[in-house]
Design a protein around this ligand. Structure first.
Ligand code: PLP
Length: 416
């Protein structure tokens, strides 16, 4: 695959970043100018959580919830819009699940004067009206997916007028809309290499903050949907492991209901449900996989970023899958200790952190733990209410369903 091929979808500057062999890429000044609204994000020591757990571990968290829309996602949204604008692109199309990505891109498009069309997974469109409001506030056009605006959406609605949608379907629609409009390109909020690159600002800042604190993590933890906040936090520390022999461990936390790393296959697969996006070698549950409607909407993607998958398969990343209830148990413990309500996605990382801190206590070890607090949960309080009402179900995707979805993997012949 050549850069030209990908240019049908993405701005050239971003493709060139994806294929770049440079170790570092400078952040352009107009992007830095927007970042300064909330960056550097703080690195906190979770002293009250340490006390609550009675652990000798030192727990740190990087707080990405301080961004204007409450998550790490604007780190890449702002960069993508800047480069697209430079190339004369007038409009971005994209998909969003819970609305986190859509609101980040809508804000960035608003800052740089670009149009934005967001295909929002229908169940979220109905259940999360307030994120929709934020996207509209920033001037974006928000459409429930599947929609009547694309051929693929029309075909799905013909089969089932109440189709709940999925992230893979919304991606297919956004791609189709971009390909059909000569002034538009497509923006993706996770998974692809340049998104991971933009997110490394999290880990690069954390490295410097640890220097100031005269400390260094033994374990780096993040939740993983498409892998961008996890990669962004961990890759700068992975550099220490791969090039300086530092013994840092890395843990990616995912839901039992969408276990791409712990139950998926490492194989070539499509990034979207309609099989129109390029194929990527990754940990995948199959592009036809439609995960159950768990509350961590941002973790319902069928695949995992290629670079995260590769490091996972090479043994540098440990993957752990968790059920919803223990995940919310952890979020509540964290909120009561630290005062921050974390997003349900982030709560998966918090579960892994608490388990590590307890293991450190049992081993009598002063383990240093860093995790990325990828976003706050102020738009997810309905999920917390359901947890307190005892209505959350632990859902483990059945092995047969995983196998059925994996049967649809594309056949690949490797040329030279
Ligand atoms: C989108 C999102 C995620 C998952 O996406 P990644 O690309 O895996 O980072 C995690 N946390 C929050 C708060 C999100 O909005």
């Amino acid at each position: 695959m050549t850069p030209d091929f990908l240019h049908a979808l993405f701005p050239m500057a971003l493709i060139m970043q994806a294929v770049s062999r440079e170790r570092f890429i400078e952040i352009p000044e107009p992007v830095l100018e927007v970042y300064r609204q909330w960056r550097p994000s703080p690195l906190y020591r979770a002293r009250r959580l340490e006390k609550a757990l009675d652990t000798p571990a030192r727990i740190y968290y990087k707080y990405e919830g301080v961004s204007p829309v409450g998550s790490h996602k604007p780190n890449t949204a702002v960069a993508q819009v800047y480069y697209a604008k430079e190339e004369g692109i007038r409009k971005f199309t994209t998909e969003t699940g819970a609305g986190q990505w859509g609101s980040a891109l809508a804000m960035a498009c608003n800052f740089f004067g670009m149009a934005c069309q967001v295909f929002m997974v229908r169940v979220s469109y109905q259940q999360k009206p307030f994120r929709r409001s934020i996207m509209k506030l920033f001037g974006a056009d928000v459409v429930a997916s599947p929609s009547n605006l694309t051929d693929y959406g029309q075909s799905l609605l013909a089969e089932n007028p109440d189709h709940p949608g999925s992230l893979g379907i919304a991606i297919s629609e956004a791609v189709e809309a971009a390909v059909k409009d000569p002034e538009a390109m497509y923006s993706l909020g996770s998974v692809v290499d340049f998104v991971l690159l933009h997110q490394t600002i999290i880990g690069e800042e954390a490295l410097r903050q640890f220097e100031k604190a005269d400390d260094y993590p033994d374990v780096v933890i993040g939740c993983a949907g498409g892998g961008s906040n996890f990669a962004g936090t961990s890759f700068p520390f992975m550099r220490g492991r791969l090039t300086e022999g530092k013994p840092t461990r890395f843990i990616a936390a995912e839901p039992m209901a969408c276990p791409s790393m712990t139950k998926g296959l490492y194989a070539f697969d499509y990034g979207d449900s309609a099989a129109t996006a390029p194929i990527i070698k990754m940990d995948t549950l199959g592009h036809k996989f439609v995960p159950p409607g768990i509350h961590a909407g941002g973790l319902r993607y069928h695949g995992m970023a290629a670079l995260v998958s590769l490091l996972h398969r090479a043994g540098h990343i440990e993957a752990r899958a968790y059920h919803q209830v223990p995940v919310f148990d952890a979020a509540v413990t964290f909120a009561r200790a630290e005062g921050i309500t974390v997003a349900p996605e982030t709560a998966h990382a918090v579960r892994a952190v608490i388990d590590e801190a307890i293991a450190a206590r049992e081993a009598g070890e002063a383990r240093v733990i860093l995790f990325n607090l990828s976003g706050h949960g102020f738009f997810d309080l309905a999920a917390y209410d359901r947890y307190f009402a005892g209505e959350l179900e632990d859902y483990e995707y059945p092995q047969e369903a995983v196998e059925a979805a994996l049967a649809s993997l594309p056949e690949v012949t490797l040329g030279n």
